[in-house]
Design a protein. Structure first.
Length: 287
């Protein structure tokens, strides 16, 4: 078989097995391409017209083995390849952290927050940094910022350290083990936060691939707002007067507005709509 034929075959098997997507890819064709190209050692940005040479029987077997692990163990592909890409930036991933996919990455890439961010900004915090992807993307997007990145999980921080080194950002990103703002130093121009926000009902319905991720990274309590309630209470102490908070809430907008009916927020546009990533000023938090 050729790589192109293998991709088509794997896509069919992934669809038939009804695996879940959403941890790096959104459909079987993309997941199959990633699986086959990774296993054959072909760069992901290869011209698909060139995937026409027959592969060896050994390579075909390696692809089948990878596919079996994906389907039968219901493991997310990123945990099998130990790599994920966000806005074209590569990250190490393993079971110790959430697979990077935050919509905040889009907002950073598109400069959607620039109108609110002080041009003299110098400090940022990635709260709940997990494997460090948002801290790295903040540091790459805004070279003038010193970035603090914290998380309650020592396991996740070990992955973040790998990613910070991968991108040579050890001088600009400072990691700390922290429950919420516990170790935050000083006041921030920018806080980004993709917290655990999945409500209890949704947690119970998670497909196995998502259950393979750390529960601590996802579960946000009955209405998904447990962490966010504390965050919104404490954040002003750690923000400069014109500082901004960029908060991901996923599909929890209804719960969010029920919990914080008076809070003035700005919905930032993303590929998933404009109700999943919110921009909140310090003034709005104090109002
Ligand atoms: C949704 S994940 C986000 C990870 C990463 N920022 C990303 O976007 O891929 C949430 C993270 O919050 C961390 N976390 C959960 N409770 C926390 C707490 N009380 N204080 C700090 N971090 C916490 C988890 O360990 C997890 O890494």
């Amino acid at each position: 078989m050729t790589p192109a034929q293998l991709i088509a075959k794997c896509a069919g098997e992934l669809d038939q097995a009804q695996v879940s997507f959403g941890q790096g890819t959104l459909q079987a064709a993309d997941e199959a391409a990633w699986l086959v190209l990774y296993t054959l050692g072909i760069p992901l940005d290869v011209d698909s017209d060139t995937l026409t040479d027959e592969v060896s029987p050994e390579a075909e077997l390696a692809v089948q083995n990878m596919l079996n692990q994906r389907i039968h163990a219901r493991q997310p592909l990123a945990y099998l390849t130990q790599e994920a890409w966000l806005q074209g930036v590569s990250f190490h991933v393993d079971q110790r952290c959430l697979i990077p996919r935050s919509l905040i990455a889009e907002v950073l890439a598109e400069g959607s927050i620039d109108a609110w961010l002080n041009p003299q900004a110098s400090t940022a915090l990635d709260l709940c940094t997990g494997g460090g992807s948002l801290a790295v993307l903040v540091a790459l997007a805004y070279p003038q910022l010193q970035v603090q990145a914290s998380d309650i999980s020592a396991d996740a921080l070990a992955v973040a350290a790998i990613n910070i080194e991968r991108h040579g950002l050890q001088d600009r990103i400072h990691l700390s083990l922290s429950d919420g703002f516990q170790t935050t130093q000083g006041e921030m121009d920018l806080i980004v936060c993709n917290p655990p926000y999945v409500n209890t009902h949704s947690m119970a319905l998670l497909p196995p691939e998502f259950q393979a991720e750390p529960r601590l990274a996802l579960a946000g309590g009955t209405d998904g707002m447990d962490f966010i309630r504390q965050l919104l209470l404490e954040a002003p102490q750690y923000m400069k007067d014109d500082g901004i908070l960029v908060l991901e809430i996923g599909h929890e907008y209804e719960h969010f507005i029920t919990a914080f009916p008076q809070l003035e927020v700005i919905g930032l546009s993303t590929s998933a709509g404009d109700a999943q990533v919110l921009l909140i000023s310090k003034a709005a938090l104090l109002a």
